[in-house]
Design a protein around this ligand. Structure first.
Ligand SMILES: Cc1cc2nc3c(=O)[nH]c(=O)nc-3n(C[C@H](O)[C@H](O)[C@H](O)COP(=O)(O)OP(=O)(O)OC[C@H]3O[C@@H](n4cnc5c(N)ncnc54)[C@H](O)[C@@H]3O)c2cc1C
Length: 229
């Protein structure tokens, strides 16, 4: 099916929020956390890339959060798209979805790895049996805490939600958490070994967090992850 660009805007340097419409269907059905695969002929080659849906199901519209990979094949093409341009895409796919909303959970993201959690967090919190949810979000600078206002307002609406942004290159004025997500994950877990941990971002971070969790004695079924590269 076709995905038509409705609008896109910059949310941080070289990071854009995209709104697409799947005009051929009335409802784009997906579970929060799933991704779509875009496909395009570029330079004579068919290129396919996956993108996590960063919005809740709502008619045939869906949103993405992308960073530009300068030397990349596909992301520069998406960044150059204008409203009403379109791209081929698959139905939503993937198994990075909340397994059990009645279990306490920690979500761990770095950079645009926040995309699926923008859909999964409000969905999880909506569940009548939802318990404690902590989102640990690592970025470099304060201005790159994507969707900060939205997550902060979720905190105000849900006393069982904690939002912990952490900066790896904080400005002197920053009074919040600093350093890598790994450090704050340990605080979020404490002595608990009964949590589900969801991880999304680039391979180095995801593999590192998985190794820490395994060492702490977490079962592999409790570790749910999505790697972007
Ligand atoms: C299931 C899944 C969901 C994804 N969801 C998103 C998403 O929501 N937002 C998003 O921005 N990307 C996402 N990606 C990554 C995306 O599919 C592309 O890999 C990315 O846009 C780079 O593609 P490219 O063709 O421009 O670069 P390529 O030519 O494929 O690769 C260039 C280099 O960029 C590295 N790279 C890949 N992804 C990133 C990244 N995000 N940031 C920095 N370097 C990267 C690769 O390791 C490679 O070395 C997802 C990947 C998967 C598998």
């Amino acid at each position: 099916m076709k995905a038509t660009l409705v609008e896109s805007h910059e949310i941080a340097p070289e990071v854009r929020h995209f709104v697409f419409q799947a005009s051929e269907v009335q409802q784009l059905r997906f579970k929060p956390g799933q991704f779509v695969s875009f496909e395009q002929m570029l330079g004579g080659k068919k290129i396919t890339r996956a993108y996590s849906i960063a919005s809740l199901p709502a008619g045939n519209r869906f949103e993405l959060c992308l960073n530009l990979v300068h030397e990349g094949h596909f992301s520069p093409h998406l960044f150059a798209m204008k409203p009403v341009d379109s791209v081929e895409m698959t139905d939503p796919l993937g198994f990075f979805v909340v397994r059990n909303p009645s279990k306490d959970a920690v979500f761990v993201a770095t950079g645009t790895g926040i995309a699926p959690f923008r859909s999964m967090a409000p969905d999880y919190l909506k569940h009548p049996q939802a318990k404690e949810l902590t989102l640990v979000f690592g970025v470099r600078h304060e201005r790159t805490i994507y969707y900060r206002g939205e997550f902060e307002s979720l905190v105000k609406q849900h006393s069982n939600f904690r939002f912990w942004p952490t900066l790896s290159r904080p400005e002197p004025s920053w009074k919040g958490r600093t350093g890598h997500v790994q450090l704050h994950l340990l605080e979020a877990i404490g002595e608990r070994r009964d949590l589900d941990i969801y991880i999304c971002g680039l391979k180095t971070m995801v593999d590192d967090v998985r190794a820490i969790l395994k060492q702490l004695g977490f079962d592999r079924k409790q570790i749910i992850f999505e790697k972007y590269d």
